[in-house]
Each structure stands twice: as structure tokens, then as C-alpha cells.
Design a protein. Structure first.
Length: 97
């Protein structure tokens, strides 16, 4: 499946279902990571979508939506091919997004 850029996605008049938005390193922020049963989960925000929190399972893949209680939801259209930096461990303080 080919992807589109964040700019292309934002410029769509009618968003297409099933998009894969390939995020560049300067289009997202890494907040913190923590270990879970199957690996590592990293909390991320996407530039232009501040106020929304996303979760990345592992070091690449689709971002998942996260609700206000921190529960992971459905896969989003946003995709990271490789994290721009190593995940930072959770230090016990909730990230402000």
C-alpha cells in the first residue's frame, strides 16, 4: 500500500477511506515510552493535530488513537516507517500534549 504525505492528507477536500499517511521526522513529537507485554509502546503527537495523543507499538507502524484515559483505540491513518530517535522511558510524569 502506497502512502501520502501529511500535507497531501491535510489538503484533501474529501478524505479518502484507508489512507496511509507517511509521517516525516519533523511532523511528529515523541513524548515517552513504556514496556508492555509484547514490547515497547511510545506516546506520540502529530503536528497540526495537537490535543490528540497517539500510540506506536514497537519502532514502526501505524499510530493508534488514545482516549483521555490512556486506553489504546483504533489504528489511525498515520504511519511511521522508523522512529526519529530511540524511545524515552516513562519517568512517572504524564506528558502534556
Amino acid at each position: 500500500m502506497k502512502g501520502i504525505s501529511l500535507e497531501e492528507y491535510n489538503n484533501q477536500e474529501i478524505p479518502k477511506r484507508g489512507n496511509k499517511v507517511l509521517l516525516k521526522p519533523d511532523e511528529y513529537n515523541i513524548h515517552f515510552s513504556f514496556k508492555y507485554q509484547k514490547g515497547i509502546e511510545t506516546m506520540i503527537s502529530v503536528k497540526g493535530y495537537e490535543g490528540y495523543e497517539y500510540s506506536l507499538m514497537g519502532k514502526k507502524g501505524f499510530l493508534y488513537t488514545v482516549d483521555q484515559d490512556g486506553n489504546r483505540g483504533a489504528a489511525s491513518v498515520f504511519y511511521i516507517g522508523k522512529l526519529k530517535e530511540e524511545p524515552r522511558p516513562f519517568n512517572g510524569i504524564k506528558s502534556k500534549i
